[in-house]
Design a protein around this ligand. Structure first.
Ligand code: EPU
Length: 342
């Protein structure tokens, strides 16, 4: 047994997933440097085991115990890689907390991620699903990232193009799923930020506060206020934010739905149309319903919550019932936004 790496056996993951599930990992290790990670990956004892990378645990559903090795990313550090006249290039360890990074940048007056305030999770997880909120997606400030190949232990750099970002999507959710461990992320932040208040809920909130020329701090404060009013705090009620992605459907299907539901909210998505999953779920009457300790949040129908002792299986069973009813009523497929671990 590699004592120097302090691997734990039969490890309870309750503190490591925001859904608050008491799943167990056969092996668990926290990694705080790239070297430590490479040592671990080269250790023959663990090569045959299935491995799963865990960041902040805020976008994960463990349906069962995990019969393999969970690698918890804990590489820290925020450094200025390069400073330009109007922007800074920051290199951030994958184990840094996302929201703490946002606050750090706001204190420095650097703009670009203020709309992404209060998103739970780690910096290393952010590019995997190209986190987005209130009109901004990570890819807008993304420069590149470094990742270690799980098979070879080699470090590789990925630029923006190579990450193949999409809506809540990247190459790391598709062809490179499970193949790399992201160890650091580089972001380009602006010293004279362009403020983005295109998202209606955000511009409304600023207007209510009488702010017409907002700073990055004003935007961040408004986003925090909106999120707190709608989304449950995982420290109080277990949840993983939006459980499903907002479905993107064809114009033809949308036009058909619009005949029956003229009020259906929608956003353009290239040649297609994006529909809020929350609205579809809400229309099916799920908001606020509870089955044992698994439920649908009473303020946001897109958020599935664990009121205490729900199991991953119970949460998933509820998610499947929601998928079936949305499919039956609207003919639309809902895809999970969270990572399902079996
Ligand atoms: N709506 C309902 N019922 C509800 C909630 C919302 O009908 O219970 C309808 C409303 O018409 C509303 C529309 O759905 O106008 C959209 O709702 P909202 O603006 O709250 O955003 P969302 O589409 O539900 C997305 C992201 C969130 C992000 C917000 C703000 C996804 C899957 N979710 O939610 O991301 O914070 O926009 O930008 O894209 C996350 O990824 O975990 C997350 C919380």
């Amino acid at each position: 047994m590699s004592q120097s790496l302090s691997i734990q056996e039969n490890f309870n993951l309750a503190e490591y997933n925001t859904m608050g599930l008491t799943a167990k990992a056969r092996y668990f290790i926290s990694i705080s440097s790239v070297q430590q990670l490479q040592t671990l990956l080269a250790d023959s004892q663990f090569q045959s085991l299935s491995k799963f990378m865990l960041g902040g645990g805020s976008n994960i559903l463990f349906i069962d115990d995990y019969d393999g090795l969970i690698i918890h990313m804990d590489i820290k550090g925020i450094e200025i890689e390069r400073e330009y006249k109007d922007c800074v290039l920051l290199k951030i360890g994958a184990g840094e907390n996302w929201h703490e990074l946002v606050i750090y940048c706001i204190e420095k007056g650097w703009g670009g991620i203020e709309n992404l305030s209060l998103i739970p999770g780690s910096v290393g997880a952010a590019p995997i699903q190209n986190i987005g909120a209130y009109g901004v997606e990570l890819e807008e400030v993304f420069d590149s990232l470094e990742a270690v190949n799980i098979e070879t232990g080699e470090i590789q750099s990925f630029n923006k193009e190579e990450c193949k970002f999409g809506y809540r999507d990247s190459v790391f959710k598709n062809e490179l799923k499970g193949a790399y461990v992201i160890t650091s992320v580089k972001l380009r932040l602006h010293k004279n930020p362009k403020i983005n208040t295109s998202y209606k809920a955000l511009s409304d909130a600023l207007e209510r506060k009488g702010i017409s020329d907002p700073t990055v701090k004003d935007v961040s404060d408004a986003v925090i206020e909106i999120r707190r009013s709608k989304l449950p705090d995982p420290a109080e009620i277990g949840n993983t934010g939006s459980f499903f992605k907002n479905p993107v459907i064809s114009k033809k299907q949308f036009n058909q739905l619009k005949i029956e539901y003229p009020e259906i909210p929608h956003y353009p998505a290239g040649e297609k149309v994006k529909i809020p999953a929350a609205w579809l779920i809400d229309q099916c009457g799920w908001k606020g319903r509870r089955f044992g300790d698994a439920g649908v949040h009473k303020m946001q129908a897109l958020v599935i919550v664990n009121y205490g002792k729900a199991t991953g299986g119970e949460i998933w069973a509820l998610a499947e019932r929601i998928q079936h009813s949305v499919k039956e009523k609207f003919g639309v497929d809902l895809t999970p936004e969270v990572n399902i671990v079996t």
